[in-house]
Design a binder for this molecule. Structure first.
Ligand SMILES: [Zn+2]
Length: 126
């Protein structure tokens, strides 16, 4: 699953506005059942923090928030189509990196993407 592309897919599937961003995602149903779909909750972003610790971060509005669902099968198909269309790796969205760990002081540490081995290229053929 690629959460960035999941957001793009949600916007396309539900004709959401360009400034729509998710702030919560959840895989459902809950265990012990196998999860089969993802619920994304978000809202259009009209304002961002101008200063302080959260500078540049979006201001979410519960008043305009809504949830949409995408099945894992739909998302798999979307990732394959995206790879074919762009020629880029869908796991890292063509960045060649994946998150190794995050620490509140050290920040983020990246490693080469496990799917494309850092090549950034799509691994689907067809
Ligand atoms: Zn990759």
């Amino acid at each position: 699953m690629n959460v960035k592309l999941l957001e793009k897919q949600a916007k396309e599937k539900f004709s959401l506005p360009e400034n729509w961003e998710w702030f919560r995602w959840e895989t459902l149903p809950h265990p012990p059942a196998n999860h089969t779909f993802v619920k994304l909750t978000g809202c259009p972003i009209t304002e961002r923090y101008k200063s302080g610790k959260r500078k540049g971060r979006p201001k979410y509005s519960l008043a305009t928030s809504m949830s949409v669902t995408i099945t894992l099968a739909e998302h798999e198909a979307y990732l394959l189509a995206w790879e074919k269309e762009t020629g880029q790796c869908s796991a890292c969205t063509g960045s060649g990196e994946e998150l190794e760990r995050w620490h509140h002081i050290d920040g983020t540490k990246m490693r080469p993407c496990g799917k494309c081995n850092g090549s950034k290229k799509a691994t689907v053929r067809g």
